[in-house]
Design a protein around this ligand. Structure first.
Ligand SMILES: [Zn+2]
Length: 230
C-alpha cells in the first residue's frame, strides 16, 4: 500500500466505510510511514473534536458535512514544498523532452531537405547535361518552325544588267523558287520570280532589291515587289 492509498483508507475509515482487513493494511502502512502516521493522528484528533461538536449541536447534518470537509482536507493535504519541487522537476523534465523532440524534428527536417535538395540537384544536372548532349550549344534543336513568307518580284527594264542583277540576288535562295525571263522585240528585259522562304531571308532580299531599284530607277519600266506571310 502506498501513501495515497493509505490516505484514502484513512478517509474511508472515518466514514466507517473500511473493512477490518483494509483497516489493518492502512495501520500497517502508518506503522512504517511517519507522514501517514501524522495524518492518521490528526484525523483522530479532528474526529474527537467533531464528536464533541456533534454532541453539543442539534444540527448534526451540518456539522457532519463540515467535519467531512475538514477531514478530507487533512486526508488530502495541499501539496507540500517537496511535492511542488517534484512536480516542477517533472514539468521541467517534460519541457526538456519536448525541447529535444523539437530539436530532433528540426534536425530531421534539415537533413531531409538536404537529402531531397541533393537528389534534385543531381537529377537536374543529369537531366540538363542529357539535354545538352541531345542539343549541343549552337544547334537550333527542335525549335518551333521559323516563320515563312512568300512573295513575287516582277521587273521590266530597258537594261539587261538590271534583270541580271535582280536574278543574282536569288542565286543562293534556300526555299522554293520559280523564275520566268522574257526578252521582247523592243529590248525590254523582264523577270518574274515567285519565291517562298524563311521570313528573315525574305526581309534581307527586300532590302537588297530596294537598293537595286533605287540605283536603276531611270531604266525601270516596271517594278513590282510584294510579300505575304505564309
Ligand atoms: Zn505513507
Amino acid at each position: 500500500m502506498n501513501c495515497a492509498e493509505a490516505r484514502e483508507g484513512l478517509s474511508a475509515a472515518l466514514d466507517g466505510a473500511l473493512g477490518a482487513e483494509e483497516l489493518r493494511a492502512v495501520e500497517a502502512h502508518a506503522a512504517s510511514c511517519a507522514e501517514c502516521r501524522r495524518v492518521r493522528d490528526e484525523l483522530a484528533d479532528v474526529r474527537r473534536l467533531l464528536r464533541g461538536v456533534d454532541d453539543a449541536d442539534d444540527v448534526p447534518g451540518r456539522t457532519a458535512a463540515i467535519g467531512r470537509g475538514v477531514l478530507a482536507a487533512i486526508a488530502h493535504p495541499p501539496p507540500t514544498e517537496a511535492d511542488l519541487d517534484r512536480s516542477r522537476a517533472e514539468r521541467s523534465g517534460i519541457a526538456r523532452r519536448m525541447v529535444w523532440t523539437l530539436v530532433g524534428g528540426v534536425v530531421a527536417a534539415v537533413l531531409l531537405s538536404v537529402i531531397v535538395g541533393t537528389a534534385l540537384t543531381i537529377w537536374w544536372v543529369r537531366h540538363w547535361s542529357g539535354l545538352r548532349a541531345a542539343n549541343p550549344p549552337g544547334a537550333s534543336g527542335p525549335a518551333a518552325p521559323a516563320p515563312r513568307s512568300r512573295g513575287r518580284l516582277i521587273v521590266s527594264a530597258k537594261d539587261r544588267g538590271v534583270r541580271d542583277q535582280a536574278l543574282a540576288l536569288f542565286k543562293d535562295w534556300s526555299g522554293d523558287i520559280r523564275v520566268d525571263q522574257a526578252d521582247t522585240d523592243n529590248r525590254l528585259f523582264s523577270l518574274t520570280v515567285d519565291f517562298r522562304g524563311q521570313s528573315d531571308e525574305v526581309e534581307r532580299l527586300k532590302r537588297r532589291l530596294s537598293d537595286l531599284h533605287d540605283a536603276n530607277a531611270s531604266v525601270l519600266m516596271r517594278w513590282e515587289f510584294s510579300i505575304t506571310s505564309d
